[in-house]
Design a protein around this ligand. Structure first.
Ligand code: SF4
Ligand code: SF4
Length: 386
């Protein structure tokens, strides 16, 4: 089935795209690609980040490489591969203001096809990775999503689905909570805040109500109640140009508020910084917050985050089969660099080559090392799911 004909078969009407941002005022969010924004090109994002007058404490222009060197790390060293992350494409039923993927309902141009899914499975069989982390866009919208989950579960690997919650209310996906529960899939859900205003400001009017309904459906299948086979994690990120709060400090408050006011529960909270990439980068620039935000990330550089950075123990495969060190590098089109060459296609994956890669870093990496860190793994002492 072509992507377009699959689109016709699916109900992916955007759930929420009207943004009422206190900073930017109400507006309708569309993908950078749809608007033909220059920032749709990764190279322009990198140039914008490089142009920020970011200065280290010693007065020299800041570079992530130098910050690493200053705390005794010549480079980020690869660790044994544990997480096999597959980005199934940029198609999403939402179009959030802060999206670092530039995902949206128009993104049928980048959806992983069956051959690439099969190549990922063949490569997975050549690794010791214990967990397969499925992301997007909304990974559930990929036509091969369920086959892929079943194939991974059959291999005895743990599966994580990174879910935007609202997708679980679309007609063809309402059975997913029960379907996930049968397979022990871990669900990692985005919810910017336990308050409606903050969540809808970032993700669009109506998102909060729909997210709570989806959480209730997951709870009804046993998720979020301490069962390791029904693990439910929430991921929060700030609505403005701020760093994420320490998750340990706010998890208790989140649990109390959501249970008390809405009767929903979850297992744990991960607080992430927004990465200065794609639509969040655009928002920073448009609102005059870019320089200040990058200063904040630099000032918050925390060497204790380095050991837990996801790029060290993860392979990140893009919709087209290209190999990256992490999802963020994927969005900036900075492929993994191994001995002598750029990363091959996943169908030609070589474990040894990958183990000897040089992890590619640029200024956006400060988003992963500021405060408690933001490398999709939570605080450094807490290994999640992916
Ligand atoms: S942030 Fe997540 S839910 Fe929102 S548009 Fe991007 S991929 Fe979709
Ligand atoms: S963006 Fe973060 S996870 Fe990716 S290479 Fe940089 S530090 Fe590592």
């Amino acid at each position: 089935m072509s992507n377009e004909s699959a689109a016709a078969d699916r109900d992916i009407t955007p759930v929420a795209v009207t943004i009422a941002s206190p900073e930017a005022g109400p507006r309708r969010v569309r993908s950078l690609r749809q608007r033909r924004s220059p920032l749709a090109e990764p190279v322009n994002q990198l140039q914008m980040l490089d142009a920020v007058p970011l200065v280290s404490a010693d007065g020299a222009p800041a570079s992530f490489q130098r910050s690493l060197a200053a705390c005794g790390h010549a480079d980020l060293q690869p660790a044994p591969l544990e997480y096999f992350q597959i980005n199934l494409g940029k198609l999403c039923n939402m179009c959030c203001r802060h999206c670092h993927v530039d995902a949206g309902p128009d993104r049928w141009d980048q959806v992983m096809d069956r051959d690439t899914v099969d190549a990922c499975l063949a490569a997975l069989d050549r690794t010791e990775a214990h967990t397969v982390d499925l992301t997007g866009g909304a990974p559930e919208l990929n036509p091969h999503f369920r086959d892929l989950v079943d194939a991974v579960v059959a291999r005895g690997k743990h599966v994580i689905d990174r879910c935007n919650l609202t997708v679980l209310l679309l007609n063809q996906y309402r059975d997913l909570p029960a379907w996930f529960a049968e397979r022990g899939v871990e669900v990692v859900c985005s919810l910017p805040h336990y308050r409606q205003r903050n969540t809808d400001a970032q993700r669009g009017d109506g998102t909060y109500e729909k997210s709570l309904e989806a959480l209730g459906r997951l709870n009804a299948q046993g998720y979020g109640q301490g069962d390791p086979e029904r693990r439910l994690t929430l991921v929060t990120n700030p609505a403005g140009a701020f760093l994420a709060c320490g998750q340990a400090a706010v998890e208790k408050e989140w649990k109390e508020q959501l249970l008390q006011h809405h009767g929903v529960s979850f297992d744990r909270l991960i607080a992430l910084n927004n990465m200065p990439i794609a639509r969040y980068l655009e928002w920073l620039e448009e609102t005059g917050n870019l320089d200040e935000y990058m200063d904040r990330l630099l000032a918050g550089f925390n060497p204790a985050t380095i050991d837990g950075l996801m790029c060290r123990n993860t392979i990140s495969v893009a919709w087209n089969g290209r190999i990256y060190d992490c999802d963020f590098n994927q969005m900036l089109d900075l492929p993994s660099m191994g001995p002598g060459s750029e990363a091959p296609h996943i169908r030609d994956f070589e474990p040894q080559w990958f183990a000897e890669r040089r992890i590619v870093t640029r200024r956006h990496c400060y988003g992963c090392t500021a405060g408690a860190g933001s490398s999709c793994g939570g605080t450094p002492d807490e290994k999640w799911d992916g």
